[in-house]
Design a protein around this ligand. Sequence first.
Ligand code: ADP
Length: 594
Amino acid sequence: MKKHEILEKIFGHSAFRQFQEEAVDAIVSGQDLLMILPTGGGKSLCYQLPALMMDGVSIVVSPLIALMQDQVRGLSENGIEARTIHSDMTQEERVKVFQELKSGSVKLLYVSPERLVSPNFLTFLNTLKINFFVIDEAHCVSEWGHEFRADYRKLHLLKAHFPQVPIAAFTATATPKVADDIHKALQLKDPVSLRGSVFRQNLKINSEKRISNGRAQLVNFLNAYKGESGIVYTFTRKEAEQVATFLQSKNFSAKAYHARIDADEKERVYHDFLYEKIDIVVATIAFGMGIDKSNIRFVVHTSLPKTIENYYQEIGRAGRDGLESETLLLFTKSDEMQKRELVQSVESDTYKEVLYEKLQKMYNFALSSVCKHKLLGVYFGDVVKDCEDHCISCLKPPVEQIEITKEAQQLISAIYRMEQKFGQNHVIDVLRGSEAEKVHTFEHHKLSVHGIGKGRGKAEWEMIFDRLFELEMIGLGDHRTVRLLEKSKEVLTGGLEVWIDEDKIGKMVKSTYLHDDTPKDAMFEAFRTLRIEIATEHQIPAYMVFSDKTLLELSQRLPQDKEEMLEVHGIGEVKYERYGEAFLERSKELSQSK
Ligand code: ADP
């Protein structure tokens, strides 16, 4: 079959997306390739399609077993012979795959980098007809990246052992420096270089200061997404548990996922999320690369990520199907400080500096009122012209500033009088005149600053703290005590004024997020219910039956026969054979009841 035919008949897509055809052509013509395309851009197809046009087997290097299994499952759904070999398989299972490889029936083989470069495996590969190697998540090769993996470094062996076999490297996040490193580390030969736009048009980006623990902001945001799939990223495992419990208490269908929960529970949470038995996963970054669910409608970060790469990749999990999706980043200056402390323990000075710089850029991104999409473009070496109000900076009218010099002076003198030995909460308690035991134990009720800040609520004082951290007037000392920095003196003497965005203080304004709150229509829901039934029956994730985009098109077009069904996005012959009729029936029923 020709490429367009495969695209339509096997993958069910009517046209190539940007750069996909160029990538396919490069691979088919035997050239090396380096492709940088955001998550959801459609990288998999770029190597899966050529694999079907060629005789031998194509080998894909992937960093995670879950990711490999997911891909293999997805390909099998489209009737493509794909296999994986990994350490969780029994000896018998592995032998079976080796035999299938020998017989030439397998089109795509997924393996981990460490297995691929093991001497025995390289010898075995020599007996096969290999079309090309694919290096997925290729940024793992680079020390300038954010997810460096030593095993990836060994992939230079591929060119040494198979000089004639082309290599295609793919990643979603690479600064120009990382791209250069991938090129060198894999020893690519004059690769065709394709860099997609960093701009994710369907992602709305919100970022705002976290007020107190951010729970009110979270609920406010999530209320617009009842019944839809999304991820809430937290920094710690404990927080993941707490936020999940909190959301459950507010009647959201949410579960926690982090490195410490046992393997069975992990599998269950992931499974329930894919099969849409739960809506929200509250996770640490342990819930990462393996997630390949196309209809994630929102991603929330409850605190500042460590790097823009992490952030971009995590928000990129939303809206892979191209439909409008939304992200929310909640952050404070103290997040940045906390993460800075963690970097301190990194041994290599060079890597430490790289991480500090990345953290600083992440914080500036969160804080900045410049278009968020443009900032991402600048970071990854791309130009984004206009996000068309798809970020909070572009949408929000400029905010009035109000002066808080007096409050700043009160806060600074409170810290001074308590000899810089206490944390933020205690300082606020004293300012607000608390009679708590701790206040009395240290005799802080006798201080002149006790109660001078009664007029402002706890949350407001937290915002003032944040502002002073941000302006580097105060900093964190040992054990999270608050200490005074040089600039605080100027504030006390009246030499420096302090201002804050009006909406951050005085009144707790309700956040204006970028989503419209119109519910999805009944037709869409009817198709969605059917999808859940079929997914459960076939034991596959719901989005693998059909994507949200397919359901949306079905609900808009209500096809009446097979031909019309095949015109719908994401429905090819194979998928039609499997599930088409049930959906066609539902479509006919719906159009009669209209
Ligand atoms: P990436 O690996 O770049 O993150 P994927 O390969 O997972 O992206 O593709 C993201 C989504 O886009 C998938 O749901 C896939 O089916 C869809 N897709 C890929 N190529 C096309 C295309 N040419 N037309 C329509 N949808 C596509």
